[in-house]
Design a protein around this ligand. Structure first.
Ligand code: NAD
Length: 298
C-alpha cells in the first residue's frame, strides 16, 4: 500500500526500510536530510513537509521524539491535518494517552482517524521485525493497516479508545526503566563487594533476577562500556514521566514509579539527554565509587 512515513530516526529508519522491503510504496519526510537519504536510495519518494506527505497518501505513519513534535506534525501549521488525501494517522511514537486523545480529537474534526501504535523492542527489534506493536483505534482502520504494521513485529490490538495503546506502552516501559535502574544498583553493590560484574550478570540470567536489562542491555552495552543500545536518556525520562502522570491521573499507586523517575532525572541532569539510556549505570557508579565493566575498563 502507499504509506507516508515521518520521522526516520533510530526507530523510524529501520521500520520504514522494512515497509519498502515488504513491497509498500513510501513517501518520507524528516527534518534531517541525512535521515531521508538512505530511504530515497531504496526508492522512497521525498516530501517537503508533513502536509506534503498527507497530500499524497491516505495512510501516514510517524515515529517522533517528543510530544510537542508529535502534536506539531499532526495538527500544527504544515501538519498532516492540512493534507488533502490523508484518512488515517498512525502514531508509532510514545506520547502518553492524554496527548494521543488530544491529537485524535483534533484530527477527528477533519475526518482523519488517529491510530495509536507505540512499539517496544528497541532498535534491534525494529531492524529484525520483532517489535511488540500495540494498537488502539477504530477497528475498520486497524484492519486497513494491520498487514503493514505486522512488518514491524507482533501486532496487539489493545482497544478502540484513543490512548489505550499508549497506556499499555507506558506500563511496559516503566518495567523496562525499573529493570535498568534496579540492575545498575544491584551490580554496583556486588562490584563494590569484589564480585565480577560479568559473572553477576551470568548468574542473574540463569536465576530469578533476569530481566531485559540483565539479558540484553548489560551484556551488549554496559559490560563492554559501549553505552550504545540505541535509546536516549531523554526518551526514557519522557516515558517514565508520562507513566507517573498517567498513574496520577488514574489515581493508582506510583511509589515505585516515582522512585524510578528520580533516577532518570538524575541521569539526565548529570550526563545529558542525548546519552544512551544505559548511562544510568554511570550515575550509579559515581555514587558507589566503582566501575561496572570488564576488568581494566573505565
Ligand atoms: P530519534 O530521535 O532517533 O528519531 C526521531 C526522528 O524524528 C529524527 O530523525 C528527527 O530528525 C525526526 N524529527 C524531529 N522533528 C521532526 C519534525 N518536526 N518533522 C519530521 N521529523 C522530525 O528517536 P527514536 O529513538 O527513533 O524514537 C522515536 C519514537 O519511538 C519516540 O517516541 C520513542 O519514545 C519511541 N521508541 C523508541 C525506541 C528506541 O529504542 N529508540 C523504542 C520504542 C519506542
Amino acid at each position: 500500500m502507499d504509506i507516508g512515513f515521518i520521522g526516520l530516526g533510530n526507530m523510524g529508519q529501520p521500520m520504514a526500510r522494512r515497509l519498502i522491503e515488504a513491497g509498500h510504496t513510501l513517501v518520507v519526510y524528516d527534518t534531517r536530510n541525512d535521515a531521508v537519504a538512505p530511504l530515497v536510495a531504496l526508492g522512497a519518494k521525498l516530501a517537503s513537509s508533513p502536509q506534503d506527505v498527507a497530500d499524497r497518501v491516505e495512510t501516514v505513519m510517524a515515529s517522533l521524539p517528543s510530544l510537542q513534535i508529535s502534536a506539531k506534525v499532526a495538527t500544527g501549521e504544515g501538519g498532516v491535518i492540512h493534507g488533502k488525501r490523508i484518512k488515517r494517522f498512525v502514531d508509532l511514537s510514545t506520547t502518553g494517552s492524554r496527548v494521543a486523545a488530544e491529537i485524535s480529537a483534533a484530527l477527528a474534526k477533519k475526518n482523519i482517524v488517529q491510530i495509536d501504535s507505540p512499539v517496544s523492542g528497541g532498535v534491534g527489534g525494529a531492524n529484525k521485525g520483532t517489535l511488540a506493536v500495540m494498537v488502539s483505534g477504530p477497528q475498520a482502520d486497524i484492519d486497513v493497516v494491520k498487514d503493514a504494521l505486522s512488518v514491524f513485529g507482533k501486532v496487539f490490538v489493545i482497544g478502540h479508545k484513543p490512548g489505550m495503546a499508549q497506556t499499555m506502552k507506558l506500563a511496559n516501559n516503566f518495567l523496562s526503566a525499573t529493570a535498568m535502574a534496579a540492575t545498575s544498583e544491584a551490580v554496583a553493590m556486588g562490584v563494590k563487594a569484589g564480585l565480577d560484574p560479568a559473572v553477576m550478570i551470568d548468574v542473574i540470567n540463569a536465576g530469578s533476577g533476569r530481566t531485559t536489562a540483565s539479558d540484553g542491555k548489560f551484556p551488549q552495552a554496559v559490560l563492554p562500556r559501549t553505552f550504545n543500545y540505541g535509546f536516549t536518556t531523554a526518551l526514557m525520562l519522557k516515558d517514565v514521566r508520562l507513566c507517573v502522570e498517567e498513574s496520577k491521573t488514574l489515581g493508582t499507586p506510583n511509589d515505585v514509579m516515582s522512585a524510578v523517575l528520580d533516577q532518570w532525572e538524575l541521569t539526565n541532569t548529570e550526563f545529558g539527554g542525548d546519552t544512551d539510556f544505559t548511562a544510568i549505570v554511570k550515575m550509579i557508579e559515581r555514587r558507589a565509587g566503582v566501575i561496572v565493566g570488564k576488568a581494566g575498563s573505565k
